[in-house]
Structure formats: structure tokens, C-alpha cells
Design a protein around this ligand. Structure first.
Ligand SMILES: *Cc1c(COP(=O)(O)O)cnc(C)c1O
Length: 418
């Protein structure tokens, strides 16, 4: 009889007694939805990001990063007929919010080996669109450039996605955005906390940044997100739009607290506020952020070391202070997704939870039909997709579990080769 082993899940939140106590405290307080906990969470989050720098940061708690991205685009004035550029190598949330506003999504490819938006591809796309040409070059060389395909329009925003916690080339992306008159919204769902070598936090490198506290993310509230910006006007606008377009400051300016039933609706806003029950969890998780990061970094280092002797296993790039939301492992020898799928199946059969980040959006039926994409339109994204597998990297993994992941990966690679 073979020995049964406990499966290692792909992801698992790190929740302790402090989170339980915080939730109980809110449940007993008589106030469940957005209130003092959410306000404190925002203040503490802003303080976290400004602890070593004196710049003013506004942090706005929302019920998901998806909501945060929607609010950010709305605050940038994105509307019907506009264009928002992002990478095809992302989760569907990044692009769907563009469609909520009736604008067009234009995808760019990733840079080989990085998972991240390719600034050269971005530049070519921005240049084409600025000339009134369709977003994508003709599929056959030698054709008239006007024979391209995809939407035309004004680029209002660019959304770089910091996949896995790695940072996009923000200096180039921001300077291209300035040149072509677009705003930059960072999808920092994977990046709390990541920073560049010079200490600048990912999420505060463009105009607006959005973090996610979804159940599998680096710190979690179950569901939730945080929008950050240096721009006070943008922060005020988002604050109003996340709660029905209600502007309380209009009345508060003229009245005392007794008139709190009065409010002014200044826009048909959204219902995107974060309830206090969740904010209370977030405050505790925020306090653990560096400890949790240390645990993920340790796992990443163990993996890097464990795989270093196998040339066809390509570990994630280094060079920044990565939040290590994901540990994407690239398998250089895989030439199609069938080999990757087989590898995943074998790992899963041995009780190792794995995933793939991401299935490029241009291959999804909705976008493929809408913009007439073929898979080969974004070759670097496809090349990355067919070779990449995300391994478990969650705080609380034991040394024995880490060893087992390494051993199982090595054994399985050997099996596939043999
Ligand atoms: C998780 C995720 C989101 C959405 O986050 P939610 O908080 O679940 O809305 C957006 N972008 C990326 C890249 C993500 O991984």
C-alpha cells in the first residue's frame, strides 16, 4: 500500500488569532460596514507606503481591486470610444473594467522572459494610434500600415501589470505616457509590497495604483483592494464615486454634525466601499506584511537554490524587492502547452497544487471575437504562457513541504525527459 501524503495547496491565507479577534470586535461594535476601521486601515496603509519618504499619499479602501481599477479609469476620464492599453498577459479584471466604461482595450506584448509589458511594443502601439492608424500592424509584412486591425482612438490610460510582484519598466512606461498624453494606472494586485532598487514603492510610480486583498493575494481581507495616489483631487473624486457619487463634503462645509442625514449626489457613482469587518482583517494583515513577505522570500530562495542545477528550469528574474505573490517557473524545453499540461497533471497527481499565470487575454473567446485576434498576435506572451507554471508560495509552508515541492518538480522533470 502506498503511503498517502497530505496535498500541498497552491495558495493558503495566513490568518491568526489577531484577525479572529479583530473581526469579533467589529461584529460586537454595532457597526459592520464602512466606518472607523476602514478609515484607520486607509491611514495605516498610507503611512506604510510613506514611512521612509515624506510624500503625501492618499489611500482609498475598496471592495476589490477590480472596483479600484474601474474607479481609477473613471477618474482618468475614460469613456466610450477611448482606448486603454494594457498587456495581454494579465487577469481578466485588468481589461474588463475598460469595457465597463465603453472604451476599447488595446493589448501589447510582454518582454521575453519577464512576464511584463514590453515598452518597445507599447511605444509602437502608441505611435500607431497617435497617427490615427488601427492599433495593430498588418499581419503580413509588406502591406500598407493602414491595413492593420483593431480599434482606433485616443489613448487615455495605460495599465502596466506587475505580474507576480515583479516591477514593470515604469520609467520608460511613464515617460511614454507623458509623451503621448496618457495617464498610468498600475495594476499592483500582486505587488504589496514590492519596491525598486532605489526604494520607490510599486503602486506609486504612475498616476494611480491599485492593490488587491483577494483571498490568495499577499495580504488579504477575503475580498478587497486599495487605491493609492499622490493626487488629492483624484483621491477626492474616487472617494465620492466609490460610494454612490455622494459628496458629503458639500453639506459638511455648511452644517454641523447634527445634519448628517443630508447629502448631495453629484454623479451616478458605484457601491465599492470596504466594510469594517474586512478592514479590521486588513489592518492586522498590514501589520504582518513584512513578516509574511519574509516567509515568501525564504520559500523563493529555497526554490531558486533547489532548481539552480537544472539549466532548463528558469527561475523568476531578480533585481527588485519582489513581493513574491507568485513563483513562476519557466521550463525552457517545453515547446507546446501539451508538455506544460502534462507536467501540471503529474505534479497535481503527486499532491502539489500548481497554477498558470496567465492565460493571455487575447486568446479568450470574448477578446478574440471582439478584436479578431489569432494566438500568434502576441508571440512573447504565448511563449511565456506555454512554458510557465506557478508553484505554491504561501506563508506557513513548512520546510518539509518546500522540500517536497522541489523534489517533486525535479523528479517530474526527469520523468518527462526520460
Ligand atoms: C487578483 C487580480 C486582480 C483583481 O483583484 P480583485 O481584488 O480580486 O478584484 C486584478 N489584476 C490582477 C493581475 C490580479 O491578479
Amino acid at each position: 500500500m502506498s503511503k498517502t501524503i497530505d496535498p500541498i495547496p497552491f495558495a493558503r491565507p495566513f490568518i491568526g488569532a489577531e484577525e479572529e479577534e479583530a473581526v469579533l470586535r467589529v461584529l460586537r461594535s454595532g457597526w459592520l460596514t464602512t466606518g472607523t476601521e476602514a478609515l484607520s486601515f486607509e491611514k495605516e496603509f498610507a503611512a506604510f507606503l510613506s514611512r521612509e519618504r515624506q510624500d503625501e499619499i492618499h489611500a482609498l479602501a475598496v471592495n476589490s481591486a477590480t472596483s479600484g481599477l474601474h474607479l481609477a479609469l473613471e477618474a482618468c476620464g475614460v469613456g466610450p470610444g477611448d482606448i486603454v492599453v494594457t498587456s495581454t498577459y494579465t487577469f481578466t479584471a485588468t481589461a474588463e473594467v475598460v469595457r465597463y466604461l465603453g472604451a476599447h482595450v488595446v493589448f501589447v506584448d510582454v518582454k521575453v522572459g519577464t512576464y511584463l509589458m514590453d515598452p518597445d511594443s507599447l511605444e509602437r502601439t502608441l505611435e500607431r494610434l497617435s497617427q490615427g492608424l488601427p492599433a495593430y500592424s498588418p499581419r503580413q509584412s509588406g502591406r500598407d500600415p493602414a491595413m492593420g486591425y483593431g480599434p482606433t482612438g485616443k489613448v487615455k490610460a495605460i495599465i502596466p501589470v506587475h505580474v507576480a510582484g515583479l516591477a514593470c519598466d515604469m520609467d520608460r512606461i511613464v515617460s511614454l505616457a507623458h509623451k503621448y498624453g496618457a495617464q498610468v494606472i498600475e495594476d499592483a494586485a500582486h505587488s504589496f509590497p514590492s519596491r525598486l532598487a532605489d526604494g520607490r514603492w510599486v503602486g506609486l510610480l504612475g498616476d494611480i495604483g491599485v492593490f488587491s486583498f483577494y483571498a490568495t493575494k499577499t495580504i488579504t481581507t477575503g475580498e478587497g483592494g486599495m487605491v493609492v495616489t499622490h493626487n488629492k483631487d483624484v483621491a477626492n473624486h474616487i472617494s465620492v464615486m466609490r460610494s454612490h457619487g455622494i459628496d458629503r463634503s458639500i453639506w459638511n462645509r455648511y452644517t454641523d454634525t447634527k445634519a448628517s442625514w443630508k447629502y448631495a449626489v453629484v454623479a451616478p457613482g458605484y457601491k465599492y466601499n470596504m466594510p469594517d469587518v474586512l478592514a479590521a482583517i486588513g489592518r492586522i494583515q498590514l501589520g504582518r506584511a513584512f513578516d509574511l513577505l519574509e516567509m515568501r522570500r525564504h520559500i523563493a530562495e529555497r526554490y531558486n537554490q533547489g532548481f539552480s542545477s537544472v539549466p532548463e528550469l528558469i527561475v523568476p528574474p531578480s533585481g527588485i524587492e519582489n513581493a513574491w505573490h507568485l513563483y513562476p517557473l519557466r521550463l525552457a524545453d517545453f515547446s507546446d502547452s501539451a508538455a506544460r499540461d502534462r507536467f501540471i497533471e503529474l505534479l497535481q497527481n503527486q499532491g502539489i497544487g500548481v497554477s498558470v499565470h496567465f492565460i493571455p487575454l487575447h486568446t479568450m473567446p470574448y477578446y478574440a471575437d471582439l478584436y479578431h485576434f489569432s494566438e500568434s498576435d502576441f508571440p512573447n506572451a504565448m511563449d511565456t504562457f506555454i512554458r510557465t507554471v506557478s508553484l505554491p508560495i504561501w506563508p506557513g509552508m513548512t520546510e518539509e513541504q518546500i522540500d517536497r515541492v522541489i523534489e517533486t518538480v525535479m523528479k517530474t522533470i526527469g520523468q518527462l525527459k526520460g
